[in-house]
Ligand binder design. Structure first.
Ligand SMILES: Nc1ncnc2c1ncn2[C@@H]1O[C@H](COP(=O)(O)OP(=O)(O)OP(=O)(O)O)[C@@H](O)[C@H]1O
Ligand SMILES: [Mg+2]
Length: 228
């Protein structure tokens, strides 16, 4: 469904990505975990077609790509509900309500973006991405402005929406917990020249016990520390 073949990217003479190969299966949640500057947003922008000058190939049969950008990019002159509706004329009022409920925005649906907190804005951006009914969803640090308890609620909501839709999700984060709670597979991406270090398959995705999470975290951490 989505394949990156020998992907490379320069900004001027700075090499960001080199010979990156990834194959993302239909319907999976594939997480890219990596530090600031590793090229995660660059990679998503290439997949989204926003960056069109790069080396290698992107094979993508998704017809509709939804994108939750690292910054929320809401339209400042529209209220919450209209910001969600704007991407899909065919959305029913029931579908809009469902998204507002899942993202805990019902009470705020008439507010303007400047009246929202960072976390609320981010939730509108997630609702808007699902409103578009994508078959591939790109998520760039979607939970970064949320406190722990809201983050875990929103992750549950994301997983419910994903279950309903069976879309493919490419999820970028630098938070190992977020990756372990959501992903089928986790790719560790270090800054160039290390690049892609490894890909971990989670044997029991989205149903990890706290012991499993600790075990995975320790093995990823050890691997990470030995590799960079
Ligand atoms: N438009 C641009 N022009 C020049 N350099 C850029 C541009 N966009 C990104 N870069 C550089 O490319 C590198 C990777 O940036 P990118 O935003 O992809 O990283 P990231 O992994 O998403 O980081 P973060 O976790 O901080 O969001 C950085 O060194 C950044 O300075
Ligand atoms: Mg980024």
């Amino acid at each position: 469904m989505l394949e990156l073949k020998n992907l490379g990217k320069f900004y001027s003479d700075q090499k960001i990505l080199e010979n990156l190969n990834l194959s993302i299966e239909p319907g999976e949640i594939f997480c890219i975990l990596g530090p600031s500057g590793a090229g995660k947003s660059t990679l998503l922008n290439i997949v989204a077609g926003i960056i069109d000058s790069y080396d290698g190939n992107v094979v993508n049969d998704a017809k509709r790509i939804g994108y939750v950008f690292q910054e929320d990019r809401l339209l400042p002159w529209m209220n919450v509900e209209d910001n969600i509706k704007i991407v899909n004329d065919a959305l029913t009022s029931q579908e809009i309500s469902h998204l507002l409920i899942e993202m805990e925005l019902v009470k705020d649906k008439n507010k303007m973006p400047h009246e929202l907190s960072g976390g609320m804005r981010q939730r509108v951006a997630i609702a808007r991405a699902f409103a578009y009914k994508p078959d591939l969803l790109l998520l760039d640090e979607p939970f970064k402005s949320l406190d722990y308890s809201l983050k875990s609620k929103m992750i549950d909501a994301l997983l419910r929406l994903w279950n309903e839709t069976e879309i493919t999700v490419l999820f970028v984060t630098h938070d190992m917990d977020e990756a372990l709670w959501t992903a089928d597979r986790i790719a560790l991406l270090a800054k160039h020249p290390k690049g892609l270090l490894d890909i971990f398959s989670i044997e029991n995705p989205r149903a990890l016990s706290s012991e499993d999470v600790i075990r995975h975290k320790n093995s990823i951490k050890t691997y990470w520390e030995e590799s960079i």
